[in-house]
Unconditional design. Structure first.
Length: 236
């Protein structure tokens, strides 16, 4: 007689946290790395505040979300980068279905912007993230043969570009994250987060709209071309 693996029940319960469209919408929205109020998430998911509160309770209890309270406001965010990675990679595994036509020009523009460039928790994704990833690899700054790793030249490049890397972090210095729109890996980990933060702080990229979309500025195009040889056409 085969004995069931004792982890099976816990795994099933954990997987069930993702198996609801409202909870999935909340997890995807929180990939922007910000803390959202319950009200903001309820409007985003298109459900009543009371309904959303029940879902958030399950996600917090299940360890997917962390909760903070400030006055009468309840804020939630993804627990950490590991949960963000899990959500992004699960989204990337969803088989492509029939093309769904945007319901409005605004929705079409938002979808195009997200595919062009966005943040994935704390690093760059979309065509922008892939373009940067490919440029780092082509210049010998990033290796991908057996997992992502910065080369010695890559470490020097970050220093010369003025991008500080937190070597004390317990996170991997470089990690592959599967991009759900491009179906290819982009750079995550300490290096990916530092590059994204630098791009936003210096104005290479700016956030647009209420989603995770980012746009490369003229200054960003010049910097990425000078530092990595990224062609402007790949960023538009």
């Amino acid at each position: 007689m085969t004995t069931r693996d004792p982890r099976a029940t816990a795994l099933a319960r954990f997987a069930a946290l993702f198996a609801d469209e409202t909870r999935a919408a909340c997890l995807l929205a929180l990939l922007d790395g910000r803390a959202w109020t319950a009200g903001e998430l309820a409007r985003h998911a298109g459900v009543a505040a009371s309904t959303l509160s029940e879902h958030l309770g399950r996600l917090v209890a299940g360890g997917l979300l962390a909760e903070e309270r400030q006055g009468r406001h309840r804020y939630v965010r993804l627990t950490d980068a590991r949960i963000a990675q899990l959500v992004e990679e699960l989204a990337a595994q969803v088989p492509p279905g029939p093309a769904v036509r945007p319901r409005s020009l605004r929705e079409s523009n938002a979808g195009s912007a997200m595919a062009r460039g966005r943040t994935c928790y704390d690093h760059l994704a979309g065509r922008l993230g892939i373009a940067v990833n490919d440029a780092l690899t082509a210049r010998g700054l990033l290796r991908q043969e057996t997992g992502f790793a910065l080369t010695d030249a890559g470490m020097e490049w970050f220093v010369s570009a003025g991008i500080a890397l937190d070597r004390r972090s317990r996170r991997p210095l470089a990690r592959a994250c599967l991009d759900w729109t491009e179906r290819r890996p982009h750079l995550a980990g300490v290096a990916g987060a530092a590059l994204c933060r630098h791009a936003l702080d210096t104005g290479w990229c700016v956030r647009i709209g209420s989603e995770r979309a980012v746009k490369v500025t003229a200054a960003g195009e010049r910097a990425l071309s000078d530092l990595l040889g990224v062609q402007s056409a790949a960023l538009r």
